[in-house]
Design a protein. Structure first.
Lengths: 241, 241
DNA sequence: TGCGTGAATTGCACCGGTCCATTTTAAAAA
DNA sequence: TTTTTAAAATGGACCGGTGCAATTCACGCA
């Protein structure tokens, strides 16, 4: 992971930027960086592109490469959480202790929609996994996941009470690295209110996701209903490719 | 825009994929594509990377490049809307007729938070622009935007009643191409309920954004409160870089 | 028939180059 | 001093390579 040239450059530049080494908010030009790091300009470009996509730097042809001042100042709100897929993972770092309470676990025939999303034949089965996620004992999310049994036939209550993704990574030697996410809001249902301690007027955030394995196999369809105060999705968006 | 080699490859591959030319869901290998298109393999790689980041294809070393089956089947939900910045723009294509109703327009001193986000000195001023956005006469979003007056001193009610971004693109010859977005949900206020015809129990989706010009200048801070049924943010997320 | 083993396939990282577009600069001209 | 013009700086697109790593496939052996 860290043995790639451009990754090392990214890591080091990140460090230097955070250490405020570039007081004028300007990075050395690509050719100089290429010299400094003793790597090709292509690798420098690759590294800079990653940083630019994260919103950490801006590049301006003819002018130079500049550090996004907000990135240094405003770090509180400026975190590229779009890189996190699993919800557990994206919250691990917040300091609070995450835990999981298994609500329901069974095997059911795949609905038509699930057949589509998970690319299954009409007679195939899926696990239905309902879990309550907590942070420091405080429930914040109701998660309903559907996973084809054929992908992980050995799933059981114990595995499902922990991180499914990290189990899969070991068992299948294939990580969950991609997902198609949709984010919206909804009125809370009675169940939501009960499980998440919400008042009747308080809403839930809804995140729907299809998660894929490395090789593109759709692995899980997940529907997440979050306490509205816990849902904050932040991302840096660029319309250029 | 379309005169770049890799862009042309993207466009063409997109067309071929959508036309279902690759029945086995597998693309030709990079070397063959390089031959076919008479461009270097680097350019093919670049094009494929873009498509992979959009979730349209999956690449697997040693195996080949494959089309995401969901992309063809499930196109309804599978649109990379993360590429859209301006809300007008992302809704233009939906068929409905968007319009804007100006609620309020004035110049105020920048608050401390705005000074930070827009990188202003303590004595600088900003426009405060409150607008109601509608789709087919139906209000769906309350938008409050803040723009430094020094960036566009000539702003007026008429300009502000249309698309500010496209005005800026012409006036400053600098497009708004990047933004830092945050998405959440909230209980609707009395004002929300009135303007968006919401019931007391119905929530709003909240989108906060800092929009940047090409050169990285923070241009606008915007706070958007959406009718919850109109907020759906969808994106393809990959943890690899 | 089944099983390894090695070759072919295929994508990945990286290099080092060419030419170009945009911006900045500095020098020259008015 | 101001304006114009030319040169330098800087990032962008693209090329065509090399060697490697993961996967697949076919062939020969048991």
């Amino acid at each position: 992971m860290a043995d790639l040239v451009y990754q090392q450059v990214i890591t080091d530049l990140n460090k230097r930027i955070m250490a405020n080494e570039f007081v004028d908010k300007k990075l050395p030009d690509e050719r100089s960086l290429s010299e400094q790091y003793q790597v090709s300009r292509s690798s420098i470009k690759r590294a800079l592109n990653v940083l630019a996509n994260q919103g950490l730097i801006f590049k301006k042809r003819g002018s130079g490469t500049f550090i996004n001042p907000l990135y240094l100042k405003n770090q509180s709100s400026f975190k590229y959480e779009g890189t996190n897929l699993g919800i557990t993972d994206s919250l691990n770092t917040e300091g609070a202790q995450p835990s999981i309470q298994l609500l329901d676990f069974q095997v059911i025939p795949a609905s038509q929609e699930l057949q589509q999303d998970l690319f299954l034949a009409p007679d195939e089965f899926v696990y239905e996994i309902k879990r309550l996620r907590l942070l420091d004992e405080q429930p914040f999310m109701i998660e309903t996941g559907y996973i084809p049994i054929k992908l992980v036939p050995e799933l059981n209550r114990q595995i499902v009470s922990g991180s499914i993704f990290s189990y899969v990574q070991k068992a299948l030697k294939s990580a969950v690295t991609k997902s198609f996410l949709s984010i919206s809001a909804d009125v809370s249902t009675a169940t939501d209110q009960k499980l998440l301690s919400l008042k009747a007027t308080e809403p839930v955030g809804v995140m729907g996701g299809i998660f894929f394995l490395d090789d593109g196999t759709p692995f899980e369809v997940s529907n997440m209903r979050l306490h509205y105060k816990y849902m904050k999705y932040t991302t840096f968006v660029s319309t250029e490719q």
